[in-house]
Design a protein. Structure first.
Length: 168
């Protein structure tokens, strides 16, 4: 070793040969642990929070999408009933409530989908935009021009599949 010229029983030899390597290891390890470990913990915590947020958004989209489709179905059904039977004042009021519910649920869904731009990949965001554009056209259609409710379900299925793939 480097300490060959020192007497093995001397304090200098013992300190340099036996204590100094351990002390250097402890100091270096402590220093690295005090800097590196907190950074790794912070990154892991951020990743965990990011994943939790993605799950939260995905769950909200599932709920909002279903509620929106149900609101559309109710509105379409009462409108079809109106064409064949006419509506009483109470039924007309219910139809107005269905329109308001559909609008509110659409706003909720669009808000949830907008959050995807922060948390999901570009492919999912493009598909979301495609749905939003398609849905916007549907809001301007007359009853006889509206697609079947299954068209909304197909869009829902496509979007949820993309989101599910990203969070799993």
């Amino acid at each position: 070793m480097v300490f060959d010229g020192l007497d093995e029983t001397s304090i200098a030899y013992i300190v340099l040969n036996r204590w100094l390597p351990g002390l250097i290891t402890v100091v270096t390890g402590g220093y690295l642990a005090s800097i590196l470990f907190p950074k790794l913990q912070k990154k892991a915590r951020r990743n965990s929070q990011f994943e939790e947020k993605r799950l939260e958004i995905a769950e909200k989209i599932v709920q909002d999408f279903n509620r929106y489709i149900v609101a559309w179905r109710r509105l379409i059904q009462i409108s079809e009933f109106e064409l064949t039977q006419g509506l009483s004042d109470a039924e007309q009021e219910r139809k107005t409530q269905f329109v308001m519910q559909r609008n509110e649920r659409r706003d909720n869904l669009l808000d949830s989908l907008k959050l995807c731009q922060l948390y999901f990949c570009e492919g999912a965001c493009k598909e979301i935009q495609r749905f939003v554009d398609w849905d916007e056209k549907q809001t301007r259609q007359s009853l006889d021009q509206l697609p079947n409710i299954e068209a909304w379900r197909e869009h829902e299925s496509t979007l949820l599949s993309l989101i599910r793939n990203e969070i799993s």
